[in-house]
Design a protein around this ligand. Structure first.
Ligand code: SF4
Length: 453
């Protein structure tokens, strides 16, 4: 009988991608996936270390799994193997093994291609399976190809790690130095994903626009802009996105690609974090608020309909009301189509965690609410401005109502329209008729029979 694997994924899209690859890696060993930990033989907690109390969350999840295992063993059931993967595993691996003896193995994000070996070791001798090294070999050389694509969109990791060392962030410590996959490997994986039905690929990396992959025929490494041009030539790939970018790595070639490459979607996640130069410096972001403004201007010159999203941290140590106001001003001025905003909280081991966390929770909460109101206003304006426009929508799932499909606009909005189910998986022009906080409604610009032709 097939063994069951349950992967619980926290955090970012890179973890979603990694979880899929772990499932692919374990499938040849007889593991079929399940969403239910209760029926699993192996549970992997693929953790995130960005949010507060990440470690505590792991311990409480492990506690629940330990109880599940005890109940099952008492009832004469099958054993349960508990694994912790991801960034918390990398950052707190030894501590996890010490504090949570129920955990059978811990594996960091750069070593999960060794999972089969670690599982075998864990089964042989409990407590010795800890792998949080940054191995010299690339895990990508040891992973099987992805076996399926859900819908029409797929993730493709092209870059990992970060050399920027923003003072609030754990990524340089958990994911290591910046590395890029060779161009040939990326193109081969994109072609494979297209054969599985992907029309839209999102290129992933902690610092994806720092991409500098080995060229296929030697010579200088390729930048992300050049790679995007080559990916647009892969048969079946109609749309390309990438995330997450650092403002300092938006080079001329990538900016130009936004103007010349229709497949490169006009929606860019470009974190700014703060609108105050002193705070940006304390964060070690290595750009000013005006650098960011100029960059957005250049991007919009290249692609006038470009929509932007961003990340903000409010209440960074020492942030004054005036500095916070500079963040509000920047957010209002740029007019983000969407953005993520968080209250600052220290991550253990980061330089910012040594700074006095000077602002009270009340002040941070109040600032966050003000910023989120500005962001929501920008998002509403952007969605409202879409009404009356005709835009290509990639439909790939049924809507809530009979006869309705939902798809994605070029700007990542969910769009619902009356579309025959047979046209799911197609990119169709839609005239937008209504805007909602998180979605748009519209009608096919052409008669469905014409659209299907
Ligand atoms: S650039 Fe991003 S991943 Fe790198 S340290 Fe800064 S916030 Fe973290």
């Amino acid at each position: 009988m097939a063994k069951k694997l349950c992967i619980k994924t926290y955090g970012c899209q890179m973890n979603v991608y990694d979880s899929g690859r772990m499932a692919d890696l374990l499938a040849p060993l007889g593991y079929a996936t399940t969403d239910e930990a209760a029926e699993a033989d192996l549970v992997i907690l693929n953790t995130c270390h960005i949010r507060e109390k990440a470690g505590e969350k792991v311990y409480s999840d492990v506690g629940r799994l330990r109880n599940l295992r005890a109940e099952r063993m008492a009832a004469g059931g099958a054993p349960l193997t508990i694994a912790v993967a991801g960034c918390t595993a990398q950052a707190e691996g030894e501590e996890i093994m010490r504090r949570a003896p129920a955990v059978d193995l811990v594996v960091g994000p750069q070593a999960y291609h060794r999972l089969p070996e670690l599982i075998a070791r864990a089964h042989r001798s409990k407590g010795e399976a800890l792998d949080t090294e940054f191995p010299a070999e690339s895990k990508f050389d040891h992973l099987p190809q992805q076996s399926r694509v859900e819908g029409t969109a797929a993730f493709l990791t092209i870059q990992e790690g970060c050399d920027k060392f923003c003072t609030f962030c754990v990524v340089p410590y958990t994911r290591g130095a910046e590395t890029s996959r060779p161009v040939a490997a990326v193109l081969a994986e994109a072609a494979h994903l297209a054969r599985l039905g992907a029309q839209e690929i999102t290129l992933l990396g902690q610092n994806v626009n720092a991409y500098h992959g080995e060229a296929p025929e030697g010579g200088a490494p390729w930048s992300l802009g050049r790679l995007a041009h080559a990916l647009a030539e892969v048969p079946g790939i109609a749309r390309i996105r990438y995330t997450t970018s650092h403002p300092r790595d938006m080079d001329d070639e990538l900016i130009a690609a936004h103007g010349t490459l229709p497949a490169l979607m006009p929606f860019l996640h470009l974190p700014v974090q703060s609108g105050a130069d002193r705070i940006l410096e304390a964060m070690n972001r290595r750009h000013t608020a005006d650098d960011y403004r100029r960059l957005v201007e250049r991007l919009r010159q290249a692609r006038p309909d470009l929509a932007l999203s961003s990340d903000f941290i409010v209440g960074f140590p020492g942030e004054s009301e005036k500095e916070f106001q500079a963040t509000l001003d920047l957010a209002a001025e740029i007019g983000f189509a969407q953005a993520y905003s968080f209250k600052y909280s220290p991550r253990p081991g980061t330089p910012a965690s040594m700074m006095a966390d000077s602002l009270s929770e009340d002040v941070k909460s109040e600032r966050l609410a003000r910023l989120q109101a500005v962001i929501a206003d920008g998002q509403r304006r952007f969605n409202d401005a879409c009404v009356g426009r005709t835009m290509p929508v990639l439909f790939d799932r049924p809507g809530r109502h009979e006869g309705q499909l939902i798809g994605r606009s070029p700007y990542m909005q969910a769009v619902h329209a009356e579309v025959p189910a047979a046209l799911s998986g197609r990119i169709l022009d839609v005239t937008i008729e209504s805007a909602h906080p998180n979605s748009l409604g519209g009608r096919l610009a052409a008669d469905p029979a014409e659209a299907a032709a």
